[in-house]
Design a protein around this ligand. Sequence first.
Ligand SMILES: [Fe+2]
Ligand SMILES: [Fe+2]
Length: 473
Amino acid sequence: MTTAADYSEKIPNNVGLHEDRRLQRALESWQPDFLSWWGSMGPALPTQDVYLRTAVNVGREGWAHFAHVPMPEYRWGIFLAERDPGRRIGFGEHKGEPAWQKVPGEYRSALQRLIVVQGDTEPASVEQQRNLGATAPSLYDLRNLFQVNVEEGRHLWAMVYLLHAYFGREGREEAAELLRRNSGSADAPRILGAFNEETPDWLSFFMFTYFTDRDGKYQLGTLKESGFDPLSRTCEFMLKEEAHHMFVGTTGVDRVVERAAQLMTEHDTDEVAARGGIPLSVIQKYLNFHYSVSLDLFGGETSTNVANYYTAGLKGRWNEPRRTDDHKLTSESIMVDTVTGDGEIGQSEVAALTGLNTDLRREYVADCQTGVNRWNRILDSAGIDFRLRLPHVAFNRKVGAFAGIEATPSGELLRTEEWERRQGSWLPTEVDKTHVRSLMRPVHERGKIAAWIAPPRNGINGKPFDYEYVHFP
Ligand SMILES: [Fe+2]
Ligand SMILES: [Fe+2]
């Protein structure tokens, strides 16, 4: 089994693609469709080349290579983490059996569905971020945007490989559909709600990479446990790339908060909008929005589908190997959020298997809190009292137990009329969005940065901030 990527092939890969001519031909015929999708739905800003990392190996050391590449010539490839020949299924009714190298017939449609839903999110985010290049606050940020975009494109390749290699004609049809659906399209939208929202400005982009890419991390984490070994190995490698996307979000918000704090201190005022910054109250509203739509991505509090996926060994829990229970959960229970008979926010006890979405969402919520703490430390060290916070899980939800109610960010129930009247103090209003958009002017000059955001502490791959990360035609 090879781990080094073969770049002599049309499609770089470490799966020995040349040994399977049929599969190779099928993927090579999908490739031009991918490239034409990239051309029409990918980054709109014309560039000559971009300082990008490309995966060259999946091993622990030195998996990435950095160089200036023209984006359409980026070598999207198929990379699976190294195979562990002794790997066994870690949970569910097949626990202890050898991991599957082929799709078990009885789980074929469920597995295909899981792969399609994951695969659909990858190109969706590229589409959502298509126009951001035109307003990048610096060359460093522009480069990071494009890095995220090419890697989401590669994640699409990762899922399309599985569909082509293991799911026959139906898989090939699904792979074609992944390029046909588009974010926000009226007749063929992306499958999940958050992936049909626009990403119109860079504050939204940073919030998206912090909150929504982090949802991706948790979904990939559950699929990494899958008994279907090729899916597990694919997701394991995707998680490595995903870490950078979340880094972009975490440090992006850091820098917006830092700049707001600087302006507040410098001018001794909260009114930083007039000084070219983004007010903390507006940052909080963007946070509220992106966090709540990302919570929806975890689905309902209870789900029999997910219970079945778990029992079948298709989709595990976050950190499954570190859990100390029996990894079958047939006799465990969990408290999940609910709206009680009197219409109050409460909890109820359900079988642990049906509450698995809740389990995953809670892991995610705890992780989200770490970023908020970090942003608050920036405020604290600037001597500012304002604190950012995650809104209550019932706030602005469209999926799950709280879909039918309205709640404030602190979790008080509201009548619909009151929600309508007050939501503008919790979610970005047209005025907020217009203001944020008005700050979005491109800074494409080397070493310069827009006034609404602080420069990063470090550049990419040891390069300085004023490195020429992007060349223009
Ligand atoms: Fe991704
Ligand atoms: Fe991502």
